[in-house]
Design a protein around this ligand. Sequence first.
Ligand code: FES
Length: 119
Amino acid sequence: MSPSTEIAVCSEKDVPLGQKKVFQVKGQAILVYHLKDGFYATQAHCTHAFWPLKGGKILEGYTVQCPFHHAIFDIRTGEVVEWANFPPGIQLLNIVRGKKALKRYKVNRREGKIYLQGV
Ligand code: FES
């Protein structure tokens, strides 16, 4: 199967506005977010120390904060907005765990369903 092949993941109503939900797609945990301007999808685990992002807060409407060491990612691009900074001293770990963006997946919507590309 080509990486550009679409995979049906859920219906739009499975992820209410302002929320996020994890789906298993081809053996990978993927987090689908419903933001004001649409649906987005990223890997479900933080790139810092792999903590699940499903319990993270959505901030400013478009970023997600990891609940473990508080790294913040832009949900729309996957890029790091702020790297791990909690508790104080965690920055020492950053020598071996440098900034790394979340993997993102293209979301397509049709007839109330969510499809992902690039999984
Ligand atoms: S595991 Fe997410 S910030 Fe450390």
